[in-house]
Write a protein that binds this ligand. Structure first.
Ligand SMILES: Cc1cc2nc3c(=O)[nH]c(=O)nc-3n(C[C@H](O)[C@H](O)[C@H](O)COP(=O)(O)OP(=O)(O)OC[C@H]3O[C@@H](n4cnc5c(N)ncnc54)[C@H](O)[C@@H]3O)c2cc1C
Length: 439
């Protein structure tokens, strides 16, 4: 563990990105203060500051690996709280383009846990609370940054108080105000790229009788651009419940009343989702969520004042269908840890995050292009991007691999490893796979 030599850091937002950031900052700073506008609950509960917390949150294998690295034994703690360990090769039923992807009989090592978002967040929060130099300031809304256009000195709270810090990290998610706060200080704020699939979710929890439960622990009946905008996602979670989500692209929003919800489920291209919920016992309201646009703030392009960094959804908010957000936040925390451990940052009393934001932009590039590339295939997506020739070539190759992976479990597993960010996308360019795709 590197020696602590920086004094105080402040993290705005105590959700996934904020908690993981605080965990890595705790190694480098004497004191880390997490400030959140919510009173953070002690038990797993949805909360206002994270409106998406009632929606399903799938944790990718890479995200889970990082959690274990930062909090050894956290999987066991999640399991003890009711989360279900599962293997993505064996326990994930994935219906895509008219076919079910193959599954394996045995474990593949691409593993994770399935549970509700509040349970996951609460387990991580408990571990962060145990860090002796991390403190929480809750029920306090940050309303601005103190300092000037060259250097950020701390934060301003709504109740008039100010806290100073050597480093302020914005982890306040989609509702970030940092671009506005920078402008207030006379800085040029980052520009944003927005690609909006106009996707809506509707989610309900159920108790499903054993004989009606699907074979896998997670089932996805996938959308297929450009003409099939609907999807269904069903996952086992704690307390013997299942979380059932319907989604529709291009404002084809799933209804939030019972009959409409079931009818939408029935319209999916495979009956597995509908069969599982039709006779099941609902144990929640149906909750909608429509804030799903991809939004990227280009912090890498601005002259960033000293003492400020932005991370998580406040920088790169991704369409949730691809399940990447929490894993991207986890990867960003690891990147921050490495950046802070560099001799230059270790020696320096003043931290300028410009270089970190450039590295973060590179790290976010793949998940961003994956989400926006797929979303752009729907004609209803606002701000859709057209792929360049290299993108088209790779897409054509990837389409062949997808078709092949419906019959070939080995190809499917290679895809899984890439989708879970365990391997880089270039891993798909290996000669064996290319020969399979060609012949
Ligand atoms: C519908 C939906 C489904 C999703 N599904 C998945 C999924 O399946 N898998 C996945 O990996 N990711 C998923 N995500 C993404 C995931 O929720 C986020 O990527 C993840 O929570 C990291 O976000 P964050 O911590 O940056 O921000 P958030 O989770 O949004 O948290 C922001 C925090 O900042 C606090 N805050 C905000 N403003 C202030 C302020 N001014 N002062 C003080 N506190 C403030 C809030 O109270 C909150 O605690 C989904 C997102 C949505 C919208």
């Amino acid at each position: 563990m590197p020696t602590q030599h920086h004094h105080q850091a402040i993290v705005i937002g105590g959700s996934l990105a904020g908690l993981l950031t605080a965990r890595v900052l705790a190694e480098q700073f004497d004191r880390v203060l997490i400030v959140d506008r919510d009173q953070l609950p002690v038990t797993p509960e949805p909360r206002r500051g994270v409106p998406q917390s009632v929606q399903p949150h799938v944790l990718f294998s890479k995200g889970y690996q990082i959690l274990e690295e930062l909090f050894p034994g956290i999987g066991k703690a999640m399991g003890a709280a009711g989360a279900i360990r599962f293997d993505w090769g064996r326990d994930f039923q994935y219906f895509q383009q008219g076919n079910w992807m193959p599954t394996t009989e045995t474990e593949t090592g691409v593993e994770s846990y399935t549970c509700t978002r509040p349970l996951l967040e609460s387990t991580i929060r408990q571990r962060v609370r145990q860090l002796p130099n991390v403190e929480f300031l809750t029920g306090q809304r940050v309303i601005g940054l103190s300092g000037d256009r060259n250097s950020i000195q701390g934060i301003k709270l709504r109740d008039g108080e100010e806290y100073s810090a050597q480093l302020v990290v914005d982890a306040s998610g989609r509702s970030t105000q940092t671009p506005q706060w920078l402008q207030d200080l006379g800085c040029t704020p980052p520009t944003a790229t927005v690609i909006d699939p106009q996707l809506g979710y509707a989610t309900r929890r159920y108790r499903i009788p054993i004989e009606l439960q699907p074979k896998g622990k997670i089932v996805l009946i996938s959308q297929v651009p450009p003409n099939q905008p609907r999807l269904g996602y069903l996952a086992a979670v704690e307390q013997q419940e299942w979380i059932a989500t319907l989604g529709g692209y291009g404002q084809d929003y799933p209804p939030i009343e019972e009959q409409g919800f079931l009818k939408f489920a029935q319209s999916l291209p495979d009956p597995t989702f509908h069969n599982a919920i039709a006779q099941a016992e609902p144990c929640s309201e149906i909750r909608a969520h429509r804030a799903t646009a991809n939004r990227l703030y280009h912090y890498e392009d601005i002259r960033l004042p000293d003492g400020l960094i932005a991370i998580g959804d406040s920088v790169c908010a991704l369409c949730p269908v691809y399940g990447q957000g929490m894993t991207v936040s986890a990867m960003s925390a690891i990147l921050l840890s490495r950046w802070l451990s560099q001799p230059k940052q270790q020696r320096s009393k003043v931290l300028n995050g410009a270089n970190f934001q450039k590295q973060l932009a590179q790290s976010n590039a793949f998940p961003w292009s994956l989400a926006t590339g797929f979303d752009s295939k729907f004609p209803t997506t606002k701000g859709a991007i057209a792929p360049n020739w290299a993108g088209k070539l790779f897409q054509g190759y990837a389409d062949r691999l997808v078709a092949l992976s419906q019959k070939d479990v080995d190809v499917h597993l290679q895809f899984l490893a890439m989708a879970h960010m365990l391997k880089s996308p270039t891993s798909l360019l290996n000669p064996r796979l290319m020969l399979k795709a060609l012949f």
